[in-house]
Design a protein around this ligand. Structure first.
Ligand code: NAD
Length: 487
């Protein structure tokens, strides 16, 4: 059993002093910055020079228990065994983390992008070296199979990329007589980060790497269902050379620590990935506190549109992978599939063949590509939707569920009414609906009839149609002849 009692991980800065000054006009290109407009009156000023300071640190790195001494227990979804005891951060702990981050910000943001990049690169190395351990921690906590665990490579690529990406370009005015207007890209200060359980390492890297590369300091809250990889990375922060206070990791539930981050007056921006329901709460907490900038990646009910001229074998293979990978717990998954009528039979047959071949079992064992749902709550939710779908009577693959190890075999529903709950709500399980369409206009209307808009895919060999339909699908991302990562 892991004792993550000390996972509420705060850095305290004890002393920082201005030691040297340097010139820097470099700012991050991507991610977490704000634009600042600076208008100079008078064209004589052609060049401006910023004097910034660096700080010298003498400080302690701390792994501290929750101030209240509270902990929560984490159980393996597959065998029910206790895997960890985890610190439950309080609002006071969040406050300490924010104070540490705020104290670290002036010196960290004054470093050059190269200097900020060095510890990011080291973190990439650490993640790569320990990828099997990281995979195992995720398998233990939320049942993600170790086979096909791409997250460590993904995270290492992100840390590496942002280790070199922090040279931002601002804008200047082209022709404003008498003025020189410049838009500078500046870090926010302290950034709050809240991540979900379905791909914790992916979201840790996707949010922390660009935020700190841009000169921000961060307070990250891991998910209560999968805190172990965040805890592991927290152990490497100091070793990689991040100054104390730059990355603070707290563990705990949405209530209290998540809410304390969303409502904190000193946090200037928040990056959140999780459910739409929680996203709403965070937006409200932001509005009720300091109107911090909020950046969301929320839920999905992604459509996949399969035209009859597509490579049906490939479309079926990839869409099956998309919905059943990670036991259907993927925000980008195509949970609604629309197949052109003439291709329905062949597509469904191949889809069913792949879905039936899933190797279901212990996620820590090699050769398994379908583990349990992340916990009992998730399992019960999925079963509730399966029961609702079965009332409709159109099931072409009816998987079993096992309440002992929380596994759910893939389920395929057909011809569900567009307004039914299984078509409208995110199930987050291995459950797909395959419906049909006859015309392009009809399928675009059906695909867009949703409150979600995260990801959509379309499958056709007709490039003109691919471009036309892509533009009409109301979705943030569109995959053309591509579903999800397939190892
Ligand atoms: P969730 O919203 O329940 O929890 C996400 C995080 O928010 C957790 O760390 C949780 O502790 C925290 N939280 C809960 N209540 C809070 C509150 N009131 N204030 C602040 N923080 C709070 O989501 P989940 O169950 O962990 O993840 C599944 C959801 O995430 C699905 O809806 C899925 O589609 C979505 N998701 C989206 C993406 C994406 O990129 N768009 C990626 C992965 C997951």
């Amino acid at each position: 059993m892991y004792d993550v009692f000390n996972s509420s991980h705060l850095y305290k800065r004890e002393y920082a002093d201005v030691e040297e000054s340097s010139e820097s006009d470099e700012r991050p290109r991507d991610g977490f910055f704000k634009d600042q407009l600076v208008c100079f009156l008078g064209m004589k000023l052609l060049f401006c020079r910023f004097e910034v300071s660096r700080a010298r640190w003498t400080c302690n790195t701390l792994f501290v228990p929750a101030s209240t001494g509270e902990t929560f227990e984490l159980f393996s979804p597959f065998d029910g065994k206790k895997v960890a005891k985890v610190a439950e951060a309080s609002a006071e702990d969040v406050d300490s983390a924010v104070n540490a981050a705020q104290a670290a910000f002036p010196a960290w943001s004054a470093l050059s992008p190269i200097e900020r990049g060095l510890p990011l690169k080291k973190m990439a190395e650490k993640i790569t070296t320990h990828k099997s351990d990281l995979a195992d921690l995720e398998a233990l906590s939320m049942g993600r199979p170790v086979d096909g665990y791409f997250d460590a490579n993904y995270a290492a690529v992100h840390f590496n990329y942002f280790g070199e990406a922090a040279y931002a370009q601002g804008h200047t005015s082209l022709n404003t007589p008498g003025f020189l207007n410049m838009s500078l890209r500046q870090p926010f200060g302290v950034v709050g980060i809240i991540i979900p359980w379905n791909a914790p390492l992916v979201f840790f890297s996707k949010k922390v790497a660009p935020a700190v590369a841009a000169g921000n300091t961060v307070v990250l809250k891991s998910s209560e269902k999968a805190p172990l990889t965040s805890w592991k990375l927290a152990q490497w922060i100091e070793e990689c050379g991040f100054p104390p206070g730059v990355i603070n990791v707290v563990s705990g539930h949405g209530q209290v620590s998540g809410n304390a981050i969303s409502a904190h007056m000193k946090i200037r921006a928040i990056s959140f990935t999780g459910s739409t329901r929680t996203g709403r709460k965070i937006q409200i907490a932001s509005a009720n506190s300091n109107l911090k900038k909020v950046v969301f990646e929320l839920g999905g009910k992604g459509p996949a549109v399969i035209f009859a001229d597509a490579d049906l074998e490939e479309a079926a293979k990839q869409t099956e992978f998309s919905i059943n990978y990670n036991s259907g717990q993927t925000c980008m998954a195509n949970s609604r599939i629309y197949v052109q009528e003439s291709a329905k039979e062949k597509f469904t047959e191949v889809f069913k063949k792949f879905a039936s071949q899933r190797k279901i079992g212990n996620p820590r064992e090699s050769g398994i590509n379908h583990g349990p749902q992340a916990d009992k709550v998730q399992y019960d939710t999925v079963l509730k939707y399966i029961a609702l779908g079965k009332e409709l009577g159109q099931v072409s693959l009816d998987g079993e569920a096992n309440s002992e190890n929380l596994t759910v075999h893939p389920v395929i529903f057909n011809d569900a009414p567009e307004d039914h709950a299984i078509m409208k709500e995110e199930i987050f399980g291995p459950v797909v609906v395959i419906n049909t369409f006859s015309s392009e206009e009809e399928v675009i209307a059906k695909a867009n009839d949703t409150e979600f808009g995260l990801y959509a895919s379309l499958w056709t060999k007709d490039l003109e149609r691919a471009l036309r339909v892509s533009k009409k699908l109301e979705s943030g991302m569109i995959g053309v002849n591509w579903g999800l990562v397939d190892e």
